[in-house]
Design a protein around this ligand. Sequence first.
Ligand SMILES: Nc1nc2c(ncn2[C@@H]2O[C@H](COP(=O)(O)OP(=O)(O)OP(=O)(O)O)[C@@H](O)[C@H]2O)c(=O)[nH]1
Ligand SMILES: [Mg+2]
Length: 299
Amino acid sequence: MEKMRSAFVAIVGRPNVGKSSLLNRFVGEKVAIVSPKPQTTRTRITGVLTEGETQFVFIDTPGLHNPKTKLSEFMVKQIKDSVADVDVAVLVTEPLGKIHQTELDLLQRFRDLRLPAILAINKIDTVAKKDLMMEKIAAFSQLFDFEAVVPVSAMTGDGAEELLEEIGEYAAEGPHYFPDDAMTDQPERVIVAEIIREKLLNNLSDEIPHGTAVTVEQMIEREDKNIIDIHAVIYCEKDSHKGIIIGKQGAMLKKVASQARREIESFLDIKINLQCWVKVKEDWRNRIGVIRDLGFQDN
Ligand SMILES: Nc1nc2c(ncn2[C@@H]2O[C@H](COP(=O)(O)OP(=O)(O)OP(=O)(O)O)[C@@H](O)[C@H]2O)c(=O)[nH]1
Ligand SMILES: [Mg+2]
């Protein structure tokens, strides 16, 4: 019999570079929400892929940024902790643009931990001319001795196999820590809440969705019917935000809820009845007690 192997992999990088999209691409299912807005991911999200004897355990992280609230301090700590105990890190970056201070900070972290790192240049579907991308690769390679540099597109899947192969080099002999058919360690309730938050990010402008948190208070399957009643609460920071989230005659909330319902139904593979309430918790992102209550805890 072949030996069992596993690889723990931290996916890190700046906000919005496509870390969660890559995770979803590897796992083959949407286990992390994705949006065009930076700072979408707030916690460490584990995605699991088992291929033959090798189990990959990916840890998706919030994008590294300069924290401005207690919530973002928590997010930044999640990133630092996530690289502490893995076999390899994947630093995700975009093909163009300069190298940012936060990326230099991550490289320093890899050095401190003597952690092997692979550079993934994501979104290559967006660049027609590859020479500027080559410049960025050269600049990064001068700064750090990467184990490999892999151009990839989480969107089209180009390069994903190659990247996985490189990551597989760091699999160590050892048991599989998750069942072979597992895709994530997140409870269903959390995924449901995240799907609702994704629809808020996609439908509302700038600051408002960043100040929202979603919790699922109730998720109960009816005895007689194939239907689940879900009660969710959307927290926001101000009364004025509450008005915008609800919208004219409830139009915005209806839109968000119906988009979320469709996706939750296909995720759970059952009909659902989704009720969303909007509540205000002033300045919650700066209140430690509140962010703990909302499930942001160190584990
Ligand atoms: N064109 C293109 N867009 C991509 C690709 N990968 C991700 N995106 C888009 O980039 C945006 C950000 O993607 P995410 O996966 O949420 O990025 P992230 O790094 O997880 O972001 P944070 O969680 O905020 O740190 C979304 O609009 C994605 O659809 C890609 O390969 N090509
Ligand atoms: Mg993300």
